[in-house]
Write a protein that binds this ligand. Structure first.
Ligand SMILES: Cc1cc2nc3c(=O)[nH]c(=O)nc-3n(C[C@H](O)[C@H](O)[C@H](O)COP(=O)(O)OP(=O)(O)OC[C@H]3O[C@@H](n4cnc5c(N)ncnc54)[C@H](O)[C@@H]3O)c2cc1C
Length: 417
């Protein structure tokens, strides 16, 4: 029976990237994928355009991974966003930067990214088996025994790249957690990440599709403010979405409150005083006309006035102080009680997974089973929206491959040592 140098379980971006890098260095690599095709989730990424990474220096980049900043340092210093861009450029795929810093293939086609990864795998003699789900992984006498319905394979090393639980229809159904647990690792309970939130008594369903640039979002847990950030917000039919909400979702739990300041950033400072003065000085003008001067979307103005019991034909001179205060509070501090996060079918990533402290951060190797590695979304690491999750999939894959082929690893930021 062939003994592979490396068996990789999962043919998503992390598995493919690890495979091609190990293959490139002459390792005999087997990649097992349970679907009939590779990279199903990658094909959906960035609305099928694939937001592959984000621009920025590594020291800033690592701040986009919540509480995983420390764990991912070596990974990203060893293989950064510019290394990724260079890799794809060398395969003939140009990467462009959008105004907001997100990076995409120039063709804006995720399928081009996938084709490039698959071609590099085949060029480097990676043995790819499709439609072959791994059923179990064991380690006996320093060899990994990997079972599929068709065959039993043996490998000197093994990489688990099975993804998390988000978008299960793409193949990520949590199998990697079972393998990891059976081999003695702890799983941090997976919950949906980068997802919208369902709100109690949500009154904005009819405004679904309206978005706001850089609103101020505050998260309250047990009555205490936990976090505050500026970000884009989108009214969905079920509740709140948009990048600002998605990025915060890893911290949101049912029962929490989100308070939103809808006032555009350029008017936010002294808004209460400014709008009060304008209303008091505006006599026969309509309140909604004054509100429009603050660049607030018109349909939202009508809705927030209705909620604040301010008639759409109310003139400024007739507005009571109580009405004015209620309207200003609703514009600057509107509370949404969270019923639940959207489920795994809608979540772009998984928050939770194989416990970071069970994994060597300088190699992605298990601390308990030598030769076993975890890469990509199966680990309890999730980044903000904007290309950070694919970058982690690639960087963690490269780090594991470098360790497996004994390549020199560029450790964490030398300035931080
Ligand atoms: C709709 C959507 C859009 C996204 N857009 C972006 C974006 O633009 N930018 C970004 O950075 N991130 C984006 N993400 C997140 C990103 O796609 C993931 O973080 C990334 O795909 C994780 O890569 P992975 O290789 O770790 O796991 P996956 O891509 O989930 O791949 C895991 C693979 O393992 C296979 N597998 C599972 N179990 C077994 C088994 N038992 N045997 C064999 N094979 C198995 C699966 O079939 C799958 O092919 C998006 C996610 C979604 C859902």
């Amino acid at each position: 029976m062939t003994v592979y140098d490396l068996i990789i379980i999962g043919g998503g971006p992390s598995g493919l990237f690890c495979a091609l890098n190990a293959g490139l260095k002459g390792k005999k690599v087997l990649l097992l994928e349970k679907n009939k095709s590779l990279g199903k989730k990658l094909l959906l990424s960035g609305s099928q355009q694939c937001n592959i990474t984000h621009e920025g220096e590594t020291r800033d980049f690592i701040r986009h991974y919540g509480d995983s900043e420390d764990f991912i340092q070596t990974c990203l210093y060893n293989f950064s966003n510019s290394d990724l861009v260079l890799f794809f450029r060398n395969t003939g795929l140009s990467i462009i930067v959008r105004e907001d810093g997100k990076m995409f293939p120039e063709s804006l086609m995720a399928s081009d990214v996938l084709s490039s990864l698959i071609k590099s795998c085949t060029d480097n003699s990676v043995d790819i088996h499709l439609d072959e789900p791994v059923l179990s992984v064991n380690c006996e006498n320093n060899l990994f025994i990997v079972k599929t319905p068709i065959k039993i394979f043996k490998g000197k090393t093994c990489v688990i790249a099975t993804g998390g639980l988000s978008y299960p229809k793409t193949g990520s159904t949590g199998d990697g957690y079972v393998f990891a647990e059976q081999l003695g690792h702890t799983i941090i309970t997976p919950v949906p990440g980068l997802t919208g939130v369902v709100c109690e008594n949500y009154g904005f369903a009819d405004l679904s599709g309206i978005s706001f640039k850089d609103v101020q979002i505050s998260l309250y847990h047990g009555g205490k403010k936990q976090r505050e950030r500026d970000g884009d917000l989108l009214f969905a039919h079920y509740g709140l979405s948009g990048p600002g909400i998605l990025d915060l979702s890893r911290y949101i739990r049912p029962g929490d409150f989100l308070k939103i300041n809808f006032v555009p950033i350029q008017f936010r400072k002294n808004f209460r005083e400014d709008i009060s003065k304008r209303i008091i000085a505006s006599g026969t003008r309509l309140v909604i006309t004054v509100l429009k001067e603050f660049s607030i979307p018109e349909r939202f103005i009508l809705k927030i006035c209705e909620i604040s019991e301010v008639a759409r034909d109310l003139k400024c001179a007739h507005m009571t102080k109580v009405q004015r205060n209620r309207l200003i509070t609703n514009l600057t501090d509107f509370p949404f009680r969270i019923l639940k996060l959207r489920g795994f079918n809608d979540a772009m990533v998984t928050h939770g997974g194989v416990k970071k402290s069970d994994i060597e951060e300088d190699s992605m190797e298990s601390k308990y089973v030598p030769g076993l590695y975890f890469i990509g979304e199966v680990i309890d690491v999730d980044g903000d929206s904007g290309g950070y999750n694919l970058q982690f999939a690639f960087s963690s894959a490269k780090l594991a491959a470098d360790k497996i082929v004994n390549k020199k690893i560029h450790r964490r930021n030398p300035e931080a040592l």
